[in-house]
Design a protein around this ligand. Structure first.
Ligand code: NDP
Ligand code: 8X3
Length: 253
């Protein structure tokens, strides 16, 4: 029987690449995001290419009631969720702590932290029932080191790091694996979102080095998800070769 992965934020970037990777390997997909046209397009494309069974759930992960309501609508035949990939997330702005927009901070906290825990709590009963499952949380190198003007984004990703450790401990008794995967710079819509549509600023982030592509991260997520039942990657940092961590980059001018 095909396994099922639920991917949050599958409308773009890392989430979309993961949807493609797991679909190509014959998994069933539950994909989420706020942009319904994109969800429908991805569903049609992957169904045509791989014959994948796909369920789409369109909601804002910041909205606790919407998260629980969406998970409640999952039909019985889809409730065997093997892997939950908590991927939805964003950075907004890159400003000094004393100058940053507090509204941006609220959105990052609500999405990257609250959204991730709401989703996990909503899906966990499906895993606990069968005493089996795997939660993969997408953190960041920003969750390992804090950098200038990264303040609240870094804080949310440090929270993802801590929550992943906490979940791993508390879910031991239910035989549920928890993996935290922390990517460095990856070329997705991330910087366009962070710089609010300023395409020049967004493109400049990737000047002078070859960043990760979303497919690189998807292959790593897939590797973690396909390990034998008794093996769990707990914590994994992945960067491009020209990046050591949040501070050190070997950029070519
Ligand atoms: P993208 O902007 O390409 O994708 C972000 C995804 O998150 C979209 O599918 C978006 O869907 C979803 N999302 C954002 N806000 C919400 C919301 N309120 N409700 C539901 N879904 C939401 O960026 P990436 O693929 O790069 O980002 C994916 C994850 O990877 C994030 O957690 C990010 O922090 C992390 N990351 C990214 C790195 C990078 O350099 N790109 C490096 C390290 C970590 P929609 O807009 O349709 O709702
Ligand atoms: C995204 C990587 O360096 O912009 O999480 O924080 S970075």
């Amino acid at each position: 029987m095909s396994k099922t992965i639920l991917i949050t934020g599958a409308t773009s970037g890392i989430g979309k690449a993961c949807a493609e990777k797991f679909a190509a390997a014959g998994w069933k997909l539950i994909i989420t995001g706020r942009r319904n046209e994109r969800l429908q397009q991805i569903k049609a494309d992957l169904n045509r290419e791989f014959g994948t069974d796909i369920l789409t759930l369109c909601f804002d992960i910041q909205d606790k009631n919407a998260v629980f309501a969406a998970v409640d609508t999952i039909p019985q035949e889809w409730r065997q969720v093997d892997v939950l990939l908590n991927n939805s997330g964003l950075a907004l702005g890159r400003d000094y702590f004393d100058e940053a927009d507090i509204g941006d901070w609220d959105i990052m906290l609500n999405t990257n932290v609250h959204g991730l825990v709401y989703m996990s709590r909503a899906v966990l009963p499906l895993m606990i029932q069968k005493q089996q499952g795997h939660i993969i949380n997408i953190g960041s190198t920003a969750g390992k080191e804090v950098y200038e003007k990264g303040n609240m984004y870094c804080a949310t990703k440090h929270a993802v790091d801590a929550i992943s450790k906490a979940m791993r401990i508390d879910l031991l008794r239910h035989n549920i694996k928890v993996t935290a995967l922390h990517p460095g710079a990856a070329e997705t819509e991330f910087s366009q979102v962070r710089f609010k549509g300023d395409t020049e600023k967004a493109a400049a982030v990737y000047d002078g080095f070859t960043p990760l592509q979303p497919e690189d991260i998807a292959s790593t997520v897939f590797y973690c998800a396909c390990l034998p039942a008794h093996v769990c990657i707990n914590d994994l940092v992945i960067t491009c070769t020209q990046q050591a961590n949040s501070f050190y980059m070997n950029k070519k001018s």
